[in-house]
Design a protein around this ligand. Structure first.
Ligand code: CU
Length: 165
């Protein structure tokens, strides 16, 4: 039953997207060139999990992250944080020659109705769907519940820090 409801939602989403013609309706003929990096999931402490990653677009056209799915969760949503409160977003824009950053305290993925609890050291397969580009599958590594990336620090010694078992 749940499966059927999800399918109906997906159809609705597609209709809405078709109506809005994408970001900026870029008719330039350029294409987006997406790559995904810096992905991690803090080990969940409840029946929901968050996911963070960066999508870099080296192409000439903007794209949009429209939906996310994973076999560990009944539902994956995209959240953005507005004035300190998170709310579900229809999708998130990825500017041409730019990036979409999902990070702690900002936009993030929300894995709901977890079918199993991801544990530190495991990888969670996630499929990202876009308005224009082909879907991308990434394996998101599960980190400690308290893990936060050392933003802006690129010293080599940081990597040796991460050898927790
Ligand atoms: Cu959230």
């Amino acid at each position: 039953m749940r499966r059927r409801a999800a399918a109906a939602l997906a159809v609705t989403g597609a209709l809405v997207l078709a109506g809005c013609d994408g970001p900026g309706g870029s008719g330039s003929g350029g294409t987006a060139d997406l790559s995904v990096g810096s992905a991690y999931m803090p080990q969940p402490v409840s029946d929901m999990a968050a996911g963070f990653l960066t999508i870099t677009n080296e192409g000439d056209a903007a794209d949009r992250l429209t939906s996310v799915s994973s076999d560990v969760a009944g539902r994956v949503t995209v959240h953005e944080t507005v004035d300190g409160a998170m709310q579900e977003a229809d999708g998130l824009d990825i500017p041409a020659h730019g990036s979409l950053v999902l990070e702690s305290g900002g936009s993030h993925l929300m894995f709901e109705q977890l079918k199993r609890k991801p544990r530190q050291g495991q990888k969670v397969p996630v499929e990202l769907a876009f308005a224009h580009s082909a879907p991308v599958t990434v394996e998101i590594p599960v980190k400690a519940a308290t893990y936060t990336p050392k933003a802006g620090r690129t010293t080599g010694s940081e990597t040796g820090h991460e050898t927790g078992h």
